[in-house]
Design a protein around this ligand. Structure first.
Ligand code: NAP
Length: 222
């Protein structure tokens, strides 16, 4: 089975890559800078991929001849983000470009391969902070981008349902990564955060699609 993980060189993406290899996957490690990707053995192949750049997505897609699992993990936070009254739409636009348009473009580019797979799975790494049920004003750009990603998860799940491709959003929880540290110390280890992603990446054929989940398949309210 062949997987592609975006933002695979550090943080959650690196851990997910390692755990997919442990489960027997070959992994395309999507990275902006191949020099930043640690050597993980012959089942991991670095793939130059900037998800905010449509030409980079097209070039990366041209390298692939099969794909079973796509993990849309790469994302950014910060850079002008802030409360909704102060943030400004330009900061929102920048984060949407990476966090929502990137995954959207990538799924579109890879849809033919996912459809051809006997077990196509798309995992959109989102955040429970973007749950409408509990949302607070902690960062308008990031939350808006993840809201868009969640909506896209529903649409893509619908679009790919008849082909057996399961598309879900997951929240890994607050993690001890570069991004997680922007909220202060105390995030949990990536080894635990990866559990929700691995769960959605390895769902059985009768598993859910179009949902929002955390570890153990627990439902996160939209
Ligand atoms: P991180 O430590 O900041 O790592 C982000 C990764 O994304 C890096 O590999 C980075 O590559 C890559 N990336 C950023 N922009 C990219 C682009 N345009 N194209 C390709 N790669 C790009 O973040 P993380 O904590 O591991 O977060 C992983 C996922 O979990 C994200 O979707 C995040 O929103 C979600 N999440 C995280 C937390 C948390 O507490 N950390 C909580 C909930 C959800 P470079 O090294 O090149 O910058």
């Amino acid at each position: 089975m062949q997987a592609l993980v975006t933002g695979a060189n550090r943080g959650l993406g690196l851990e997910v890559t390692k755990q997919l290899v442990d489960r027997g996957f070959a992994v395309w490690a999507g990275v902006r800078d191949a020099a930043k990707m640690p050597e993980l053995g012959d089942r991991v192949s670095p793939l130059r991929l900037d998800v905010a750049d449509p030409r980079s997505i097209a070039r990366a897609r041209a390298e692939l001849d099969s794909l079973d699992v796509l993990v849309n993990n790469a994302a950014i936070i910060g850079a002008g983000d802030g409360p909704v009254l102060d943030c400004g739409v330009e900061a929102v636009r920048v984060q949407i470009e990476t966090n929502a348009f990137g995954p959207w473009r990538l799924v579109c580019a890879c849809a033919d391969l996912l459809r051809a797979s006997p077990r196509g799975r798309v995992v959109n790494v989102s955040s429970s902070a973007a749950s409408l049920a509990t949302m607070t004003d902690i960062g308008a750009a990031y939350l808006t981008s993840k809201l868009a990603l969640n909506g896209m998860t529903r649409m893509l799940a619908d679009a790919l349902r008849d082909d057996g491709v399961l598309v879900n959003a997951v929240c890994p929880g607050w993690l001890d990564t570069e991004m997680g540290a922007s909220a202060g110390p105390g995030g949990r280890p990536v080894s635990e955060g990866a559990a929700a992603v691995l769960w959605a990446a390895t769902l059985p054929d009768n598993g859910p699609s179009g949902g929002f989940f955390e570890e153990g398949g627990r439902v996160v309210p939209w």
